[in-house]
Design a protein. Structure first.
Ligand SMILES: [Zn+2]
Length: 266
């Protein structure tokens, strides 16, 4: 046996997809491991699950109590680090994990109810020499009942053709944004950036397009990277307007409904 998908999802969610030991954000390149090994009687429940990066897994995976060597992590230590990390994640629902290769700046935007409509730019920066595929950015709001696309527009700035995956002249994947309802019923927006090249800064303009003073109170937007991958997805999303257009959100994202909008700046 192994962990069920439900247990894996829960562990990834509780950990913000970050390693419970080194706190490195792993995106889609992550797995859920047993704290106490199965052949030592460890169960497949959430209490025995820990999210580890590949490096830390090799530091903990082969701990042998009978012949302890070096400084491998014991199940007790793993559990302690796991619990502490989950508490931090719970206490910081809008914070990005501290060690994330893709930075968002700023990651909070405040739209007041003053006379002018607000315009901000979100800088999405790949801080590494790696290429990242399918970066999912979640934008949530501190006002409960909001129809985001009635009040805000999201534009991918400098959306050069290099950001579109092409076969010949055919675009087979492109940047998208979408509104969705998460598992708690809150409306959120996702930005999906297909490719982030090494050290690239990719800008997204967040613009208030409409506001009526009674109905639209001051509002804060919180941005988080929720997923990315070092390998291109086997699934290639279709461009807008084509039949069969669909999308597969990463496992850590729990959605009830989803509405997809392709970037049409071309
Ligand atoms: Zn780690």
């Amino acid at each position: 046996m192994g962990f069920s998908n439900a247990v894996k999802k829960e562990a990834l969610f509780e950990s913000k997809r970050s390693c419970c030991l080194c706190h490195t954000f792993c995106g889609r390149d992550v797995d859920v491991h047993h704290i106490k090994h199965q052949n030592e009687g460890g169960g497949d429940d959430l209490q025995n699950a820990v999210v580890l990066c590949f490096d830390c897994h090799s530091e903990s995976g082969h701990y042998n109590q009978k012949h302890p060597k070096g400084n491998k992590y014991s199940p007790e230590e793993l559990k302690k680090f796991r619990d502490e990390w989950w508490v931090w994640c719970k206490d910081h629902p809008y914070a990005q994990p501290p060690k994330i290769p893709i930075s968002l700046s700023p990651n909070t935007f405040s739209f007041d109810s003053g006379a002018y409509l607000g315009i901000y730019v979100l800088h999405v920066q790949n801080k590494t020499q790696n290429i990242y595929y399918q970066t999912w950015i979640k934008i949530s709001f501190d006002v409960q009942r909001i129809e985001p696309l009635e009040r805000f527009s999201f534009t991918f700035i400098d959306d050069r053709n290099v950001h579109h995956l092409r076969v010949g002249s055919k675009v087979i994947a492109e940047n998208k944004y979408m509104t969705a309802e998460d598992s708690t019923g809150k409306t959120v927006v996702f930005l999906l950036i297909e490719i982030l090249k090494p050290n690239e800064i990719f800008d997204v303009r967040i613009e208030e397009i409409k506001r009526s003073f009674e109905e639209n109170p001051p509002i804060n937007l919180f941005c988080d990277v929720v997923s990315f991958s070092e390998t291109p997805s086997k699934f290639i999303s279709n461009p807008s307007g084509k039949t069969g257009s669909s999308i597969t959100p990463p496992e850590a994202i729990r959605l009830k409904t989803i509405r997809i909008f392709s970037d049409n700046s071309e």
